[in-house]
Design a protein around this ligand. Structure first.
Ligand code: SF4
Length: 470
């Protein structure tokens, strides 16, 4: 029998009965968005607000060695931890110490040994892995960025984008720095590469390469840290970059935005950044700022103030590229708390978390690929999709791959295999580049006993010889 419109009944739903449930991660946050009181630190007891908010004062009082750290922290740094950091600097450190007071003030002195910021900015010998502090396949320039230089300091790895390493210094030095080959001062164990060409010549050569390479549209302007380039010099170079027809996206990289936000709140620096934003707007180029925050406690109002100024000038975005570091930010709660602090308070977009790279002595910080995959799963669904960070493995000779893109994985030996869909700048004549599989290695202490035994034998065989990829 035929039904008429009158016979049909409109579907109905029961009154809403969903409600907020208890979740593995609890929101809203309980952490305060506040500048920690620096006068709790013995060396800063007499420091005024005006001094604290001065970039000159921050730079002049940046902690450059362990003695200065002790002078600043006094009784907050006990003898045992002091000796442990001292031994690390003698035997393991790949980066020298450099800590602006602003960053020091974000440490939690109730338990300095366990504090996430201390663990990555002032590493101690006993933090490191014992049997294998370095993976046998670790190397200084583990991403082979220098191998892919088109001109000195300009890495051409991806088809349409390049990385310009303008300078090798930062206002702070991070223990896990992936550019430890190049960035910072020599340490007891590691002499740094020094750029050979003069800075002006190098910077000009980069621009020349970009002018004659129209396939490049996107330039990451990094180092080092752009907070260490005098603003006038940065502005001049960026103006020339923005005049290149093929350049459509520019990203300015600075961890200093968090480490020393006072730098970005100076009148001349603000004027320079405003001029850069205006020039980019006239040219129809998107300019964004990329920063590097690894711990929720480092998101403070001074950071938020600096970010707000940049966003108000028209920067496309301020994005965070953190590094996953065990003991710092590798539980779901640590990652989510950091992302919500960035998003809610500082207006910084959570963007990427890189797996810590295979540089020497980094094993204790690194995660296995499967751990990173589980962590990515654990954070899904809490943040808005546009602010859900991707966890990426930067695979040597490949580039960034999302951690679930692994094409093969031997969990026993901890060797993952990855493929790529483009040629890096040094593979233009390599017919196999797109068919080959590239390896990445889990930290050995995370492997089952059989896998650990494999690497012990591997090392015994290879000790003293040049290593070749497995
Ligand atoms: S700020 Fe970046 S480049 Fe500088 S030491 Fe830290 S990780 Fe390395």
């Amino acid at each position: 029998m035929e039904t008429t419109p009158q016979d049909r009944t409109r579907p109905r739903h029961e009154a809403g009965h969903a409600h907020a449930a208890e979740q593995p991660f609890t929101y809203p946050l309980t952490r305060q968005y506040a500048e920690p009181d620096w006068t709790r630190i013995p060396g800063y007891r007499e420091v005024t607000k005006q001094e604290w908010e001065s970039a000159q004062w921050q730079r002049a009082h940046t902690v450059k060695n362990l003695n200065e750290l002790k002078r600043a922290l006094g009784e907050l740094l006990d003898d045992e931890l002091y000796a442990d950091i001292e031994r690390d600097q003698r035997e393991r450190a790949t980066m020298s110490m450099l800590l602006p007071p602003q960053m020091l003030n974000t440490m939690d002195f109730a338990d300095l040994r366990a504090d996430p910021v201390r663990r990555y900015m002032a590493p101690a010998f006993s933090d490191r892995a014992t049997e294998f502090p370095s993976h046998p396949m670790a190397s200084r320039d583990s991403l082979h960025e220098a191998d892919m230089w088109a001109v000195e300091g300009l890495t051409h790895r991806y088809p349409t984008k390049v990385l310009a390493e303008l300078i090798p210094t930062c206002p702070q030095y991070c223990g896990h720095c992936t550019r430890m080959d190049l960035v910072g001062n020599d340490t007891e164990q590691f002499l740094k590469y020094k750029f050979e060409a003069k800075q002006n010549e190098r910077w000009d050569a980069m621009l020349d390469y970009l002018r004659r390479t129209p396939s490049v549209r996107d330039v990451v302007v990094s180092g080092g840290d752009m907070a260490n380039v005098p603003i006038k010099r940065l502005q001049e170079w960026l103006f020339q970059l923005l005049d290149i027809e093929n350049v459509r996206d520019v990203r300015i990289a600075t961890k200093g935005l968090m480490g020393i936000p006072q730098h970005f709140l100076q009148d001349d620096v603000l004027a320079g950044y405003e001029a850069i934003a205006e020039r980019a707007h006239q040219r129809g180029v998107e300019v964004a700022i990329h920063t590097h925050v690894n711990a929720a406690q480092q998101v403070t109002p001074l950071v938020g103030n600096a970010v707000r100024k940049l966003l108000d000038m028209g920067y496309r975005d301020v994005r965070n590229q953190g590094v996953l570091l065990r003991g710092v930010n590798t539980t779901p709660n640590q990652v989510l708390e950091l992302c919500f602090m960035l998003l809610d308070h500082a207006k910084v977009m959570p963007y990427y978390f890189y797996m810590c790279d295979m540089i020497p002595n980094s094993e204790h910080w690194r995660l296995s690929v499967w751990e990173a995959q589980e962590l990515q799963f654990a954070i899904m669904g809490y943040l808005p999709g546009f602010a859900t960070p991707r966890f990426v493995c930067d695979v040597p000779f490949v580039g960034k791959r999302w951690v679930h893109m692994v094409s093969g994985y031997d969990r026993t030996k901890g060797i993952s295999h990855w493929r790529k869909n483009y040629r890096t700048g040094i593979e233009h004549d390599d017919p196999e580049a797109l068919q080959r599989e590239y390896a990445y290695y889990d930290p050995i202490y995370t492997l089952p006993e059989e896998g650990q035994a494999y690497w012990r034998e591997f090392l015994a065989r290879e000790r003293g010889l040049e290593l070749t990829p497995v």
